[in-house]
Design a protein around this ligand. Structure first.
Ligand SMILES: Cc1cc2nc3c(=O)[nH]c(=O)nc-3n(C[C@H](O)[C@H](O)[C@H](O)COP(=O)(O)OP(=O)(O)OC[C@H]3O[C@@H](n4cnc5c(N)ncnc54)[C@H](O)[C@@H]3O)c2cc1C
Length: 448
């Protein structure tokens, strides 16, 4: 409570704390009860972006955000850190500097969502009632689901690394530098993951590193994925298969990592097409992409989620299928598209317009529709990117008037230098809804 008061006292004058002014986080009759107009759960990519948009429109204290973390990470940069192209400190900023200044930040975890009664409870015991709710809680990394992985990640000199967590990402470049011979193995788990291109990016960058440093001939590079294909969109998959063949990468499909032994330095895979069959490798270097799951707290309102625990939203409007005053955005939703920050940029424009209609009493107007746009800059080495962009139907939706399935040098610098700038200064401030307008200009208004 003391913490909430400290945060509130920076945002609200004392009288406002008890004023029954519509739309402000206001204290109700009991100590721990509060009200607000828009409540955003999670201050990551989706939560911060949407909060900024509504603060700009509705003004000070109209939006409250529940977010426990001290730091906000630009996660797409983790791939570059794993390849030694960026430092970890460049990927994060204090949450206090990133969340919109005029929003109310409740620095706690959500412990219960009671969507039937328009209320959320925090781990500190506060109950916050809302008029509109935006759920943006991301995905949980579940290294614990593969026996031996957490222990290996924590063991010094194990050779096991993972770009997916800020805690383990620096091990990637460190262990890569230590790898002089043997096998370098890269994994892809079962189930939805964020940025499904990132495991392959880790592999291609590492392969390029070994080649550039004269070690490639002594190291076997092995990519093992649980998926039956290398990438979901054929337009890019064809090129990626070709690239792996040319670069001598041993690719295996429907192979799931099931255990790691850090003492023996072995990794065991199950053949998903024939589950009796397993394959054990001794490795010098192992990059693990963890299984991921939606946050457990979502299950506290079962009507809010689908069978797999993801926020169940209309795939075009982003509105909850069960609660008309609830919207979902980003990785925690069941939107059937690749989970990326680029997708969230496009989703944020749609969500903003649709929720604004509800707030302004224009719910009967036709809602804006999300087409599933997502993008993945597939970094293929230290100077090239294949920029995959596509929609729900897995049809390419490319911004630039060139064949983006080819490797491009300019797109590498766009990924490395321009995109972080756009993220911190455009997207998180609510000004970037994806490249739709740019695509239209570059294609002379033809197409979507
Ligand atoms: C290695 C890697 C590479 C990537 N590469 C790219 C790329 O090249 N391009 C691209 O577009 N995307 C990429 N992504 C994906 C992109 O970063 C994510 O899709 C995006 O950041 C997800 O945003 P989100 O808001 O859904 O979740 P997050 O940004 O993860 O935010 C969720 C927030 O919810 C908070 N939270 C969790 N539980 C609770 C709780 N109980 N109570 C309150 N708050 C809670 C968390 O602290 C977090 O701040 C990459 C991701 C990774 C890991």
């Amino acid at each position: 409570m003391a913490q909430l008061h400290r945060i509130l006292s920076r945002q609200l004058v004392p009288n406002q704390c008890i004023a029954l002014v519509c739309g402000q986080l206001r204290k109700m009759t009991t100590e721990n009860a509060h009200k607000c107009k828009i409540l955003v759960l999670g201050g990551g990519t989706g939560g911060c972006t949407i909060a900024s948009k509504f603060i700009s429109k509705l003004g000070k204290n109209q939006v409250a955000i529940i977010e426990p973390a001290d730091l906000h990470y630009y996660q797409p940069m983790l791939t570059m850190i794993g390849g030694g192209m960026k430092e970890l400190k460049e990927a994060s900023r204090p949450m206090s500097e990133v969340l919109p200044k005029d929003a109310i930040w409740i620095k706690e975890n959500v412990s219960k969502i009671d969507a039937k009664n328009n209320a959320v409870t925090t781990t500190g015991g506060k109950r916050i009632e809302y008029e509109f709710l935006v759920v943006s809680l991301g995905l949980e990394l579940r290294y614990d689901k593969i026996p031996g992985v957490l222990e290996a990640l924590e063991t010094p000199r194990s050779g096991v690394a993972s770009n997916y967590s800020p805690k383990y990402v620096e091990q990637t470049y460190k262990y890569l530098q230590d790898t002089n011979s043997g096998k370098a193995i890269f994994t892809f788990p079962q189930g939805p993951v964020k940025c499904a291109g990132a495991p392959l990016k880790a592999c291609l960058i590492s392969e390029d590193f070994l080649r550039r440093n004269g070690k490639r001939k002594n190291v076997d590079v092995i990519y093992r994925t649980s998926l039956p294909v290398i990438f979901s969109v054929k337009h890019y998959a064809d090129k990626l298969n070709q690239l792996c063949a040319v670069r001598g990468i041993d690719v295996g499909f429907q192979q799931e990592l099931i255990s790691v032994d850090s003492a023996e330095k072995t990794a065991t895979f199950k053949n998903l097409a024939n589950p009796q069959e397993t394959e054990k490798f001794e490795f010098s270097f192992l990059h693990v992409t963890p299984p991921m799951s939606p946050p457990e707290v979502l299950k506290t309102t079962p009507e809010l989620v689908d069978g797999a625990g993801f926020v169940n939203v209309n795939k075009e409007t982003l509105q909850s299928q069960s609660f008309s005053n609830v919207y979902g955005i980003g990785d925690c939703t069941n939107l059937p598209t690749s989970k990326t920050a680029a997708a969230i940029a496009a989703q944020s424009g749609v969500l903003y317009q649709n929720l604004l209609k509800d707030i302004e009493g224009r719910s009967s107007e036709e809602k804006v529709k999300y087409d599933g746009y997502t993008s993945c800059p597939l970094v293929t080495g230290y100077s090239s990117v294949i920029l995959a962009e596509f929609d729900y139907s897995l049809t390419p939706l490319e911004t630039f008037p060139v064949d983006q399935s080819k490797e491009h040098r300019a797109m590498f610098f766009m990924k490395k230098d321009a995109m972080p700038f756009l993220y911190w200064n455009g997207m998180l401030k609510g000004y970037w809804n994806g490249p739709q307008f740019l695509r239209k200009i570059l294609h002379f208004g033809v197409g979507r």
